[in-house]
Design a binder for this molecule. Structure first.
Ligand SMILES: *Cc1c(COP(=O)(O)O)cnc(C)c1O
Length: 472
């Protein structure tokens, strides 16, 4: 890295490589894509997550209906470099040692973003503490709270130990990381002299530095912990001492609430998700930054070759994919057929997605399809409300006038009606186009790349974070 990092990105999961099981799905993939774009853009960023030495539980249901969970073992040393520092986090009055492993994300222009994965499986730690960085989303409330202490509190301490003192933005990717706020407050308080209480000026100073992205419209997706458990786990090192009213609500420590209270910029992940989140978190100002994908990761090699030929520079400037409209139809079709042949059976001419509104906060798989010239045919929810231009970039299942509707009321879900619309549109409009007017179908494919690939990417997304949240 040529510049000292100024932005720290914290995420409970991150998709770095398919063989590193430190992610479970969309949230982790988004974190990975975000960091790949940050590296391409040469943003001065550093990332903190947990090691997840045994990965994300693979759940299997056996013939008797019994659920079993399998750990995924992976060779940490093959991918990561151990860092020298050790930091301590106190859990239940035990001193838990934490170390970090480094993974470098290399950008298209040669710049790197370091990712530090925290690990407590160290000789000398108590047996329970050694398991704390084993499983992504495994275990009970106590295990989760301990993990979140390692991520938030241990993460800040590790960054300091690694020499990152001048960070000026802390981006919490979902509420799991928000205990970092308590460590930043402790730092502010101790800088003013031992024993000082947390003051308004500390809270304001922390708020200026923190950015929070919420990802789920499902209330159960927001971590909250009973105060008895919190007292037990925090022990005598309780960083909230004397200030629980400020951070707790209804007798619970709610990590989403903590993040909302402590951030100067809060956003949902699509325009629609902003509306839903604004209703869930009335009293806070919620903005929107629609998610994207890292195009060079998700475009097939055949499409990449085509882009390299017709749109040189697209890797550093995703917006230039708008020129896909001038790629000859025959070559788009050829590249698509070659990619489809390789994928054999997951190969798709049309991306069908049927979420239950408003639960698809953004959705990114349809963006990955678009970058490959595959149009979406989806229920209007999440990003597709912004990305769908009927018959141009793809098709809506159901009412395609959603964009023009000024109604604040939740859309009425009628699965039977949606199914009827879906088969009708598929049979009457989409299939005839695909089989009988191939040139027009390929035009939709070109628009999927040119209008949606050029916009629904993490480069555009990060540029919005930079101007709206990081450097403001
Ligand atoms: C993109 C991706 C997801 C997320 O897809 P959504 O449409 O956002 O639900 C989940 N898992 C993997 C492996 C992905 O690549």
């Amino acid at each position: 890295m040529t510049t000292a990092p100024t932005i720290a990105y914290f995420s409970m999961e991150i998709g770095l490589e398919p063989s590193i099981p430190t992610y479970s799905g969309g949230l982790g993939m988004l974190a990975g894509d975000t960091i790949r774009s940050a590296a391409d853009m040469g943003l001065p960023e550093v990332v903190v997550s947990l090691l997840h030495r045994k990965g994300y539980f693979h759940q299997r249901i056996d013939e008797t209906g019994w659920q079993t969970e399998q750990a995924v073992e992976w060779a940490v040393n093959d991918y990561l470099e151990e860092m020298p520092p050790r930091v301590i986090v106190e859990i239940e009055n035990r001193k838990v040692q934490v170390r970090a492993w480094k993974y470098n994300v290399a950008g298209a222009g040669g710049e790197n973003v370091p990712v530090y994965l925290l690990d407590t499986d160290i000789e000398g730690n108590a047996p329970y503490d050694r398991t704390l960085t084993h499983y992504l989303y495994g275990g009970d409330d106590k295990y989760r709270l301990c993990q979140e202490m390692i991520l938030g509190i241990g993460g800040i301490r590790m960054l300091r130990a690694l020499g990152c003192h001048d960070l000026n933005r802390y981006h919490m990717n979902e509420g799991h990381a928000s205990l970092l706020v308590l460590e930043l407050l402790t730092e502010c308080r101790t800088a003013r002299g031992n024993g000082a209480q947390i003051g308004k000026e500390d809270i304001n100073a922390v708020r200026r530095q923190c950015v929070f992205t919420t990802h789920t419209p499902v209330p159960a997706g927001h971590d909250q912990f009973n105060l008895d458990l919190v007292h037990q786990v925090f022990g005598r090192a309780n960083p909230m001492q004397g200030h629980e009213q400020e951070f707790c609500c209804e007798g619970l420590l709610n990590l989403t609430y903590l993040a909302l209270e402590s951030s100067h910029f809060v956003n949902g992940v699509s325009k629609e998700h902003r509306e839903v989140s604004q209703q869930m978190f009335a009293g806070y100002r919620i903005e929107s930054v629609t998610n994207g994908i890292h195009v060079a990761t998700w475009a097939s090699k055949h499409m990449q070759e085509l882009f390299d030929h017709y749109i040189p520079g697209w890797r550093e400037d995703n917006a230039s994919l708008r020129s896909a409209l001038s790629i000859p139809r025959a070559e788009i079709w050829q590249a698509h057929q070659a990619a489809k042949k390789e994928l054999l059976e997951s190969g798709s001419d049309l991306w069908l997605n049927t979420p239950q509104p408003p639960l698809e906060a953004s959705g990114t798989s349809g963006m990955k399809a678009a970058a490959n010239g595959v149009p979406s045919f989806s229920i209007l929810d999440g990003w597709w409300i912004e990305g769908c231009i009927e018959g141009i970039t793809g098709w809506a299942v159901g009412d395609s006038n959603h964009n023009n509707s000024k109604s604040k009321e939740a859309p009425v879900q009628d699965n039977a009606l949606d199914a009827q619309h879906l088969y009708h549109k598929l049979e009457e409009i989409i299939l005839p186009l695909f089989y009988q007017q191939q040139e027009r179908y390929i035009d939709v494919m070109r628009h999927a790349i040119a209008l949606n690939g050029s916009f629904f990417n993490t480069e555009r997304m990060l540029n919005q974070y930079v101007t709206k949240a990081y450097f403001k």
